[in-house]
Design a protein around this ligand. Structure first.
Ligand code: RUB
Length: 324
């Protein structure tokens, strides 16, 4: 029941929904942290009641945004660590498991960064889309290796996460050229790599990432620029092994069109402005043939072979994270 869920967990869920907490890895980290908080603060006196609260908290977090599979993967990982016959045992094991998850998440990103950096050469120009901490980890590792890099950063409408990427890269002293999304194909002539993150990766090697990634990848292929996807294995979507597709989040019209802009467009149509519909998908699917490499903490994979890694990591037993 929602009333069993700690206010701090509800606050985290609201922050994820409103994108104050965003990006697949950051969302996973916050979700694990929230479950640890629920475990710490639970007033349950019976082990079963404790477990029910944890599962309710997981459900609340899960129902925020549908596309980044790192969220249910994180919830499932933490809840599977809950063990013991008493409340205090279950509390301790849940907290320890959440902490382990957060440590491993950070470690995986560092390892992935080192692997990804091997693809980058001194003097390379990298085009980015959106803001991905996994992608940035590759650039950071290359810089630490003494390579000098430049970046062409796509603004990434409608929420302009490209600005976050630009800010981070400037902090690392990387020269940044910020472009509007529509300039990407033109600027690809100057780029040696396209580097993006992922919210989910499907069993066939399709990459689900911020809207605009697929168009960028198609253009990059046409221009002969390799496309590299930086994604920890927490981004692998287990349900896609059994034929499920990944839900693409549709976000609010207001991110695209303000009330005032809408009124302006509709002004000559009188009351009959029902014909104006805004569609705002947050993500799209890039088919595997446009992706050159998926870089994970387990090594670099051609997209078509990612399914073998998924089988190794997930096996068959996959349920919803709040189901016992
Ligand atoms: C963020 C986005 C990022 C991935 C990977 O979308 O598409 O590329 O989540 O990020 P949004 P990371 O801003 O809508 O959450 O590598 O940090 O997990």
């Amino acid at each position: 029941r929602q009333s069993d869920v700690d206010p701090a967990v509800i606050e985290t869920a609201e922050d994820i929904e409103a994108m104050r907490i965003r990006g697949a890895a950051t969302i996973a980290d916050a979700a694990a942290e929230a479950l640890a908080t629920q475990a710490k603060r639970s007033a349950a006196t019976e082990p079963d009641a404790f477990e029910r609260q944890l599962r309710a908290a997981a459900k609340t977090l899960y129902e925020t945004r549908p596309t980044a599979v790192s969220l249910p993967n994180a919830l499932r990982y933490v809840l599977r660590g809950m063990d013991g016959e008493t409340v205090s045992d279950r509390r301790a094991t849940t907290i320890a498991r959440a902490e382990e998850f957060q440590r491993e998440l950070a470690q995986a990103q560092t390892t992935l960064g080192t692997i990804g950096s091997n693809r980058l050469c001194d003097g390379d120009v990298v085009m980015t889309h959106c803001h991905s901490t996994d992608a940035l980890a590759c650039l950071e590792a290359a810089l630490e290796d003494g390579k000098s890099l430049e970046a062409i950063v796509k603004e990434t409408r409608p929420r302009k996460q490209g600005h976050i990427t630009a800010r981070q890269l400037r902090e690392w002293d990387v020269p940044v050229t910020l472009i509007v999304d529509n300039a990407a194909r033109r600027s690809l002539d100057e780029a040696d790599h396209v580097l993006v993150g992922a919210d989910s990766i499907a069993a066939d090697g399709s990459v689900i990432n911020k809207i605009g990634t697929s168009g960028l990848a198609v253009n990059a292929r046409e221009r002969g620029v390799p496309v590299m996807v930086a994604a920890q294995t927490i981004k692998l979507h287990p349900d896609t092994m059994t034929g499920h597709t990944v839900e693409i989040e549709m976000r609010d019209d207001a991110e695209v069109l303000s009330e005032e802009q809408r009124a302006d467009i509709a002004s000559d149509a009188g009351d009959a402005d029902d014909g104006l519909v805004v569609e705002n998908p947050a993500f799209d699917v890039t088919p595997p043939r446009y992706v050159d490499a998926i870089v994970t903490e387990r090594g670099q994979f051609p997209p078509e072979s990612i399914v073998t890694l998924m089988r190794d990591l997930f096996g068959d037993a996959i349920g919803e994270p709040w189901e016992p």
